[in-house]
Design a protein. Sequence first.
Length: 188
Amino acid sequence: MIRVLETPRLVLRPLELSDAGAVQDLFPRWEIVRFLADHVPWPYPADGALSYIRDAALPAMERGTEWHWSIRPRAGPDRLVGVIGLMDKPDDNRGLWLDPAWQGRGLMTEASAAVMHFWFETLGRSVLRVQKAEANLGSRRLSERDGMRLVGIHDRDFVSGRFPAGIWEITREEWRGRRSPAGDAPGR
């Protein structure tokens, strides 16, 4: 079962079908989708969020191969501002997006820390790998803040075209070495 995760400023709730409307309102923006994998349809269909949550995310969550959360400010937990997820896929274990109006505040760093704790401590995984367009500077900075290192580059198809993509990695031991001495971690 996927639990609610909390950070100082965020509540991460397991993604639900009822989140489809908010996702549909926020997600189909070029600045969000341009560096996502090309399996994301563009232009985004009117039922894209509903179809994705109902037909892909929720079944994968039930199978225990993916874990997805809506990102919500603690001060207004009824407002969805993004989504973050973990996937049991080779070299591609985390995906995320945040409403541009909420970017630049360190919120994705908090959300990422919470799901990394879930990945390593709850799921017991030994390594987390993420792929990202080398041109996606914000996402690269997030991986650097997370303590990840670049372990490979290859070409990958994104919504906006084919670009070099970096594979970023951090091991459980490296991640544990970066945590506070008290072992503080978000979640409940």
